[in-house]
Ligand binder design. Structure first.
Ligand code: DX5
Ligand code: ZN
Length: 222
């Protein structure tokens, strides 16, 4: 399965995102991870529809939109219109995940589901066949720059096993605390899409991307 690095917009320079995008594109970045926080589902507020519509015009990267909002069904159409390519929502944020999945499907966008670190992986089971991407949070959602929770690796392996049985094409994405040091462990457990904020943006972005290429082969376009 294709490896993909999805730099998180949360660590970007919000005053000059276009310059960041040029560096990411030049380095071969295929996906941009866009973290949307409502101050309710998580104790932080990030960005919303207006920002996504504006940056949509500034880059052709695939927009991996991570909704950390309560009752995501209310805004699916709007995020699709704003320019999302994949819309992922938290199973903890809705009472009716099937309805949210159907709503995203109806927009023609790719569908993703996400679970927080303390949510049992079994709750994913009824949805594994219905989605394109399953994302496992390896930090408590809300903030960039946190440390990877070690127990996440076992959870990634559990989810990969579920996907292999029911939906082998499903992307397995990991979000939070990804570093050059823990990538072998995370990909070894079965993840093929890695979100990275700090590891991409801390220091020199172009140099960091070259390091990603070494430890996570194929994650960037040539
Ligand atoms: C956290 C966000 C992550 C975060 C990742 O709630 O979902 O995408 O920005 O940042 P790092 O890689 O710094 O943990
Ligand atoms: Zn995220």
């Amino acid at each position: 399965m294709e490896n993909i690095l999805a730099p998180s917009i949360l660590s970007a320079n919000f005053a000059d995102m276009a310059s960041d995008f040029r560096i990411l594109e030049k380095g071969g970045v295929k996906w941009l991870h866009v973290d949307v926080m409502d101050g309710l589902f998580v104790p932080n507020i990030s960005l919303g529809l207006t920002v996504i519509s504006s940056i949509r015009k500034a880059t052709d990267m695939f927009f991996d939109v991570h909704l950390m909002i309560v009752d995501p069904i209310r805004y699916i159409d709007e995020f699709a219109k704003a320019g999302a390519d994949l819309i992922s929502f938290h199973l903890e944020a809705t009472e009716n995940a099937d309805a949210v999945i159907d709503k995203i499907r109806a927009t023609g966008k790719k569908v993703g589901i996400v679970i927080k670190p303390k949510t049992p992986t079994e709750i994913l089971l009824p949805y594994v066949e219905k989605v394109d991407d399953i994302m496992i949070m390896s930090v408590e959602p809300g903030f960039g720059g946190q440390s990877y929770i070690p127990g996440s690796t076992k959870r990634i392996a559990e989810v990969k096993a579920m996907a292999m049985e029911k939906n082998p094409e499903c992307l397995i994405e990991v979000d939070g605390g990804v570093t050059f040091a823990n990538i072998p462990e995370i990909t070894g457990a079965g993840a093929n899409v890695l979100v990275a904020g700090s590891a991409v943006y801390k220091g020199d972005i172009a140099a960091n991307l070259l390091k990603f290429k070494e430890v996570f082969p194929g994650c960037l376009a040539e």
